[in-house]
Design a protein around this ligand. Structure first.
Ligand code: ATP
Ligand code: MG
Length: 150
């Protein structure tokens, strides 16, 4: 199936705009007119949904979220950048594990099951893509989903 990734990103931002508004979070995005990929529409949507809800939940009050989609010849990059609590170096390699949640998320009693990113990873694998994470504790997180074009 052909999936319009730009439309999905616009929809998910719209879906969570009130949750961002409630927390005083400013979202900015840079999206091309349209990018179409072959893939499973509802699975890909749940990737953007989990990454956006994480960027909201683990953000600070009045934080920022930037979403960017870059379209290259043979792949697309979808980047979610937040100004949240960040993830410690020692925890980074475990956040894709099922039920894993970083200490600080549990301490601050931010709700979650710890399943989101493991599902995201499986879906991205299914689409032959990969995920890159850069994070600084107390500064924020940048998650890049790289999906090949087909
Ligand atoms: P669920 O998505 O199942 O509701 P969750 O958000 O806790 O629960 P994941 O999405 O798998 O689970 O994330 C795993 C853990 O990684 C989180 O509990 C949190 O500790 C950390 N994490 C994920 N995204 C971020 C982020 N953007 N900033 C800081 N920490 C994050
Ligand atoms: Mg999550």
């Amino acid at each position: 199936n052909q999936v319009n990734i730009v439309e999905q990103l616009r929809t998910v931002i719209h879906q969570y705009q009130w949750r961002m508004f409630d927390k005083g979070i400013m979202v900015s995005y840079s999206l091309p007119e349209m990018v179409v990929l072959k893939g499973d529409s509802s699975l890909l949507y749940s990737v953007w949904e989990n990454l956006l809800t994480n960027a909201i939940k683990y953000n600070r009050e009045s934080g920022k979220i930037e979403i960017e989609l870059t379209d290259a010849d043979n792949q697309i990059n979808v980047i979610f950048k937040d100004t949240g609590i960040g993830i410690g170096k020692d925890e980074l390699e475990r956040i894709f594990d099922r039920f894993y949640r970083a200490d600080i998320s549990r301490e601050r009693s931010i709700e979650g099951t710890g399943l989101g990113l493991s599902i995201v990873k499986s879906i991205v694998d299914l689409h032959h893509g990969r995920i890159n994470i850069e994070s600084e504790k107390g500064e924020g997180t940048v998650i890049t989903v790289i999906l090949p074009k087909n």
